[in-house]
Write a protein of this length. Sequence first.
Length: 87
Amino acid sequence: MGLVTASVTPALIASLVPVCVQFVLFLRWLHRRMRDDEITRAFVRDVALNHLPHIYTALREIAARQGIELDETPLVRFLEFNRSRRK
């Protein structure tokens, strides 16, 4: 009985170590992916809310100098499909 247990343990360890390493690497990848999505979402929101109004103002001034009439500036609206994730 002791011989069977002694031979199973190295095989079990040899198979569990790669599985655990792969799982840890997957968790790192998943965390990085989620964090990148959050950073991208924050960047897009910042550009839309803080920079687009200035860009539209400059565009209107350039168009006025060129004698071009522009339509009304579009409103920026965000749709939050999953509000439970937002804090």
